[in-house]
Design a protein around this ligand. Structure first.
Ligand SMILES: Cc1cc2nc3c(=O)[nH]c(=O)nc-3n(C[C@H](O)[C@H](O)[C@H](O)COP(=O)(O)OP(=O)(O)OC[C@H]3O[C@@H](n4cnc5c(N)ncnc54)[C@H](O)[C@@H]3O)c2cc1C
Ligand SMILES: NC(=O)c1ccc[n+]([C@@H]2O[C@H](COP(=O)([O-])OP(=O)(O)OC[C@H]3O[C@@H](n4cnc5c(N)ncnc54)[C@H](O)[C@@H]3O)[C@@H](O)[C@H]2O)c1
Length: 467
């Protein structure tokens, strides 16, 4: 039996373990914190659970507009957020999810060791447990050790007022004024959620616009929605320090300005968990940023060592980590395998409104990397959107100019994470705009706008009509 040792029990590691076991490998998974990894215990699952509550609050805010009034007519302000209960729900759900994954892996015959793994060359992993050190021989090794929140040297998290996103769930009350440093996906999602929960939020954004890595039309809509709801968005503001002064946190900016609040969330990115794990000593090549260099079937520079997930820096998403892990096992254990294809990845920013994207991006189009016909259709005229009192947002489609094959799309809307799937199917299956728009959509529905966008890109035999 092929001995497989996996270090890290996040989506990259546990999905690989399932495939490894299915293909007859003798699989051991080493995890120091809990199954599901950071994705389940501290990052993806907890944040989305918190956001589920924030979404209810956002809906409540629009109650009066929809003809609903609370006794006393205080509107959504009458709703009290019990942060202790909310955070308990968040953490209970995360731990339950972790236990489910643990049970599933054990059921599939995976051996789980609780401890810290370290490479001792290409065929051995040493695990430090509470009982001592265990030496594991391995034919195949998968590294799926994830990342750690980045800290600024002058803004160390104290877990009380200066927090990273893993520490937020210890709060027992809504912060009076939360300074969110960093307007990437993590910063934007927490700023959106805490704003909806009634917190006074100031978002410190080092760039001109929030979400610099996302579709800029979408980021524009979000930034407008943030400011309309009363959030203070500080553009081109780079934080360099944070200190606690009495009951306040003072964030110092590089231009000399200071921002004051009751709490601060540092969301300035992550660093890969690759140092001190014997990777370089085993011959594994790291990038200058410390990520493990992998090819499209998750191979590192060492023949029998594979890597998956955020530690590779390929595309830090749970879904991509899981796919990289599966691909590694399919390849290592001799099953049929297709290399990772990032052109088909769909992702979503869970803000209000949500921003979902798949395939070709506007950035690629603007840089001339891909030539497409495209259409952007605002949702303001969509009947369902009007009924739901939703005026922000749009759908955008990209298709190849000669064939009409859909190669990408963006949806900015409530539940965009669900709506994007039909576009993802088109991208994956090379569906044309004419084929897509020929399918019936429900009336009234947001998906009607996706079909309408495809209709606007109708192929007239030589030229695509774009608007
Ligand atoms: C706030 C936030 C929200 C997010 N939301 C989403 C989302 O909605 N959707 C999405 O797709 N992605 C989301 N992501 C990204 C997603 O969480 C990551 O892409 C995913 O966690 C990567 O999985 P992984 O397996 O690479 O690593 P991780 O989930 O980080 O797991 C790695 C595990 O390895 C363990 N480990 C590390 N070193 C060792 C060692 N030496 N020995 C033993 N164990 C070790 C760690 O304890 C950890 O449990 C979010 C990220 C953040 C920060
Ligand atoms: N919904 C999701 O799927 C989801 C949610 C969160 C994170 N993620 C994944 O994690 C990845 C990382 O996202 P992230 O937001 O944690 O990190 P990031 O690196 O993408 O964003 C950090 C932001 O902080 C800014 N920044 C850095 N230093 C700063 C400073 N001193 N002052 C002010 N701003 C500063 C950067 O310019 C950047 O915009 C994403 O690309 C995404 O793939 C996914």
């Amino acid at each position: 039996m092929t001995k497989v040792v996996i270090i890290g029990g996040g989506p990259g590691g546990y999905e690989a373990a399932l495939v490894g076991s299915q293909l007859g490998g003798d699989v051991t998974l080493v995890e120091r914190d809990g199954l599901g990894g950071a994705a389940v215990l501290t990052d993806c699952v907890p944040s989305k659970t918190l956001i589920a509550t924030a979404e209810v609050m956002s809906t409540m805010e629009r109650a009066a507009e929809l003809g609903l009034h609370f006794p006393g007519d205080d509107g959504a302000d009458a709703i009290e957020v019990n942060m202790t209960e909310l955070n308990k729900r968040v953490l209970d759900l995360a731990h339950a999810q972790s236990r489910d994954i643990d049970a599933r892996l054990r059921h599939e015959g995976v051996r789980i060791i609780v401890g810290g793994g370290i490479l001792q060359g290409p065929n051995r992993v040493d695990v430090t447990t509470t009982e001592g050190t265990e030496e594991l021989d391995a034919d195949i090794i998968l590294l799926a050790t994830g990342t750690t929140p980045r800290e600024l040297p002058e803004a160390r998290c104290d877990g009380t007022r200066i927090l990273n996103w893993k520490q937020l769930y210890q709060l027992d009350a809504i912060p009076e004024r939360l300074i969110v440093v960093g307007s990437g996906v993590t910063g934007a999602e927490f700023a959106s959620a805490y704003d909806a929960l009634g917190c006074d939020v100031v978002l410190v954004s080092s760039r001109q616009q929030v979400l610099p890595g996302e579709d800029q039309d979408a980021a524009n809509v979000l930034q407008r929605a943030f400011t309309r709801r009363g959030m203070e968005v500080m553009s081109e503001a780079r934080a360099e320090s944070a200190r606690v002064e009495g009951d306040e946190v003072v964030v110092g900016l590089t231009d000399g300005r200071e921002v004051r609040g009751s709490h601060c969330l540092m969301a300035v990115g992550s660093i890969p968990n690759s140092a001190g794990l014997g990777m370089e000593e085993a011959g594994v090549t790291l990038t200058p940023g410390g990520h493990v260099l992998v090819d499209r079937v998750s191979r590192t520079s060492v023949r029998n060592i594979y890597a998956a997930g955020d530690v590779t820096g390929v595309f830090p998403l749970a879904s991509v980590a899981a796919m990289q892990g599966r691909i590694a096992m399919w390849h290592a254990l001799g099953d049929a395998v297709s290399p990772l294809d990032l052109r088909k990845v769909s992702s979503n920013v869970f803000t209000s409104p949500e921003i979902a994207t798949v395939g070709t991006s506007q950035k690629q189009v603007d840089s001339g990397e891909v030539r497409v016909a495209s259409v952007l259709l605002p949702l303001a005229s969509n009947a369902r959107a009007k009924m739901q009192g939703f005026t922000d947002g749009f759908v955008k489609l990209f298709c190849l100019p000669t064939t009409g094959i859909i190669v990408g799309g963006v949806v900015v809307a409530p539940n965009a994470s669900e709506l994007i799937h039909s576009v993802a199917v088109c991208v994956g299956q090379r569906v044309t705009v004419d084929e897509f728009s020929a399918s019936f959509t429900v009336y009234p529905s947001m998906t009607g706008s996706l079909a309408e966008a495809a209709r606007r890109l109708h192929h007239t035999g030589g030229e695509f009509l774009t608007s």
